[in-house]
Design a protein around this ligand. Structure first.
Ligand SMILES: Cc1ncc(COP(=O)(O)O)c(C=O)c1O
Length: 427
């Protein structure tokens, strides 16, 4: 850890209760559903997290891509303060319209390339929710409805092809098709209608198609599953199969979209356009929850009518104010290009370190989405050491150190990260 200026404390934080009291309250009053590292964050600004003693940690997790724009980005924070002070932030019943929601949707739908062009050049429409998993469920509803209405599949028999080691969130339907038994055991009855095949294996996908298959749900790169990029041509293969069998192809870009992998959208690396796109996390700049499902406007109109979907807070004013500015920040600050540029420099440095290390099995990734797979399979042991050196990282799938800092990092931050990785990986 890097102790800066302890004589002249700058951290105020929400409270000054001691860290030990935070740990005690957490174990007394909180669900034990996360294995947490022993860091109590009191402030988050830009790329830095600060504890009670003003120790600073470079955030190499960025809340799993939710803080792509950096923590408490001044423009986004100011937009929220203005909205609160001017009384246009409060949740409003969905029986009326708000300008905040439609202005956000217009910006989002115009930013995303035409989704599902096979359905016509109709423009995009978006449907807002809160956490990412809610928009995954929206997308699943869309694919099932498509199968029923357009393909004549009997309602209740629709199947969606998903992939081993997927991660799409933690609600019942979504964990029902997780490969991880930790996510599922004891939570049955699980939701049927999903067939899981090997990620990257296009033949396995084709074999899994039946007369009841209505769609495919895939992460263009797997995040929680171990930071994997599918083999070149896999996404294209999914597109071809979807066209051949008329399947609704959905990309979950909740973690890898919005600049994370060096393009605005991860699917742009292979120029493959899905029929539905799911975004979340950085969509609102990490200050309030906001997610969205985006599809061809004809498809949105097909599946969703008054009553068939809804959410009290989905697309509420405060979230949409954040969303409007969060998207502006990504484009105005060229964060996708920055991710590509800084990602190349950082990955090269990490590869050089890996070449001198006896601990590293593989370095992989795109943009600022970099995984370091370790030979002993215990990535967290290295992450604890990194924390002691002033850098927060965690594991992906146990075996891989995930390096995914805010996209605003500069060369000095890259050097800071590389120096610490070197210290823990080179004996
Ligand atoms: C690819 C992907 N989909 C869905 C989710 C779920 O999002 P949330 O935790 O906001 O519900 C995540 C979260 O990490 C994710 O990485």
């Amino acid at each position: 850890m890097t102790n800066i200026n302890t004589a002249n404390r700058t951290t105020s934080g929400f409270s000054r209760i001691p860290d030990q009291q935070v740990f005690d309250y957490d174990s007394t009053f909180g669900a034990n559903h996360y294995g947490r590292v022993k860091l109590v964050v009191r402030q988050a600004k830009g790329v830095w997290l600060t504890d009670l003693d003003d120790n600073k940690y470079l955030d190499c997790l960025a809340a799993y891509s939710a803080a792509n724009q950096g923590h408490s980005h001044p423009r986004i924070a100011q937009a929220l303060v203005d909205a609160l002070q001017n009384n246009h932030a409060s949740v409003i019943s969905n029986v009326v319209y708000t300008d905040t929601r439609v202005l956000f949707l217009k910006k989002l739908c115009e930013l995303v390339p035409q989704i599902g062009p096979r359905f016509g050049n109709n423009g995009n429409k978006g449907l807002c929710k809160n956490g990412g998993v809610e928009s995954v469920e929206t997308a699943i509803k869309m694919a099932r409805y498509y199968g029923w209405k357009k393909k004549g599949i009997e309602d209740g028999k629709q199947e969606i092809i998903v992939f081993n080691n997927n991660f799409h969130g933690r609600m019942i339907t979504v964990v029902s098709f997780s490969s991880s038994s930790r996510y599922r055991d004891g939570f049955g009855p699980l939701t049927p209608g999903f067939v899981s095949v090997e990620y990257g294996d296009i033949d396995a996908v084709e074999k899994a198609v039946t007369k009841n298959t209505c769609g495919i749900l895939v992460e263009p790169m797997q995040g929680e599953g171990g930071m994997y990029q599918p083999p070149a041509g896999f996404l294209k293969g999914l597109r071809e199969l979807s066209d051949k069998h008329d399947l609704f192809l959905i990309f979950d870009e909740i973690q890898v979209g919005l600049g994370r992998t060096g393009k605005m959208f991860c699917f742009e690396h292979e120029n493959v356009i899905p029929d539905g796109l799911i975004l979340g996390k950085a969509l609102s700049g990490g200050l309030v929850p906001l997610s969205a499902f985006v599809t061809n406007s004809e498809m949105m109109d097909l599946a969703f009518k008054p009553g068939s979907d809804g959410s009290t807070f989905g697309g509420y004013p405060l979230a949409c104010v954040a969303g409007n500015t969060a998207l502006d920040v990504i484009t105005d600050e060229n964060l996708a290009a920055r991710s590509e540029q800084m990602g190349q420099v950082l990955k090269k440095k990490i590869e050089d370190i890996a070449a001198r290390s006896s601990h590293v099995k593989e370095v992989r990734g795109r943009g600022l989405f970099i995984g370091i797979e370790v030979k002993n399979g215990d990535a967290m042991a290295y992450c604890h050491k990194l924390l002691d050196l002033g850098m927060l990282a965690n594991d992906s799938h146990g075996h891989t150190i995930r390096i995914s800092p805010p996209l605003i990092i500069d060369e000095n931050d890259v050097d800071y990260i590389a120096e610490r990785i070197e210290k823990v990986l080179v004996d």
